[in-house]
Design a protein around this ligand. Structure first.
Ligand code: CTP
Length: 319
């Protein structure tokens, strides 16, 4: 029985930033990639030993009550209280209960999406996952519009919405939330201290303006479980990125998984510059030692899974 080889070598990849992108040539989207159903099912089974996306996608109402104290996952000495608003927004049942989709798109935020023309293809997938409330309207041709689940790290409120300093920014965020129109809004509220107020502001806006979103707050064990799965497969990540978390969750409810906008390198395959995000001027944080992520290492693992047919990575133009 063939093993799943996720990381080609048994030692952690050494990141050579000078020509990292050169090492990651991926055949154009239209080439011979074939989905490997057997392997996808085997990966689903293996991941289920560590976590169950149906349960871990969100803490449910029955398991917490207002006033409960939670220790942050990455800052165990810091705590937060479960507020009345947070409690109200906890789902009663898993938003993924009994859900199965033929194909899913996970859209990362790399600038490699610009001029890709991938929007229409992305929108054909049965379930589309996006990260960190990334804008879609102005970039529809390259990233599509359909959104079934979108993540929101609390830091996004600072980075993209100026910490809601005035009415204009509050309105901007409100518009973005309204545009979600019934999708799942996935907020990692219990990960790291520092985001408490931001999560509270968003919760308040949603309740006050009766925004039509299905909120989800990942379980306390999710991050360690995901990390555990990848470490067991010799992918020595520090803290999984949102993109990797989404792939790991998606294996549970998606038959075929297509990744777009995953490219943590400053040059594309033709050595042209690539923006870190398709929509802002943020710089490459992954090169910093202080970054909690190991994106190029994650990419290497995803590329290996692409080559084995367990997922499909698109890093150039769509047909
Ligand atoms: N990503 C990528 N290459 C980039 C930028 C992002 O592969 N140049 C992927 C990563 O998997 C990332 C996801 O797209 O998690 C979403 O991007 P972003 O919003 O930038 O996530 P980060 O804030 O960088 O990381 P995280 O939210 O996981 O802390």
């Amino acid at each position: 029985r063939a093993e799943v080889v996720i990381n080609g070598s048994s030692s952690p990849a050494v990141v050579d930033r000078s020509n990292e992108s050169m090492k990651h040539t991926i055949q154009p989207a239209s080439s011979t990639w074939r989905h490997n159903q057997t392997l996808s099912l085997r990966i689903r089974k293996q991941i289920l030993k560590f976590l169950d996306a149906e349960k871990d996608i969100s803490v449910l109402k029955g398991t917490l009550k207002p006033g409960d104290i939670i220790h942050y996952i990455f800052d165990r000495d810091s705590t937060m209280n479960v507020s009345q608003n947070l409690y109200e927004l906890l789902p009663r049942t898993s938003p993924l209960k009994n859900k199965h989709f033929r194909t899913c798109a996970i859209v990362g935020n790399s600038g490699v999406l610009l001029n890709s023309g991938c929007g229409p293809e992305i929108d054909t997938h049965s379930f589309v996952i996006r990260c960190n409330l990334a804008p879609v309207q102005e970039y529809a041709r390259d990233v599509g519009i359909k959104t079934d689940l979108v993540t929101m790290n609390p830091s996004v409120i600072q980075r993209a919405f100026e910490d809601l300093v005035n009415a204009t920014w509050r309105e901007k965020l409100l518009q973005r939330l309204h545009s979600l129109n019934g999708s799942i809004l996935w907020i990692p509220a219990f990960m790291a201290r520092g985001g408490k107020e931001r999560v509270e502001w968003v919760n308040e806006l949603i309740l006050k303006h009766r925004v039509n979103v299905r909120t989800a707050y990942p379980s306390l064990r999710l991050l360690h479980a995901v990390r555990g799965y990848w470490l067991t497969n010799k992918v020595h990540i520090k803290r999984p990125t949102t993109g990797l978390l989404m792939y790991t969750l998606a294996t549970r409810f998606c038959n075929q998984i297509y990744l777009y906008g995953f490219w943590p390198f400053p040059l594309d395959q033709n050595q042209n510059p690539v923006k870190y995000h398709y929509y802002d001027s943020l710089k490459y944080g992954y090169t910093s030692q202080a970054s909690p992520h190991t994106m190029p290492l994650e990419f290497k693992a995803l590329k290996s899974l692409h080559e084995q047919g367990a997922l499909k990575l698109t890093v150039g133009q769509c047909d």
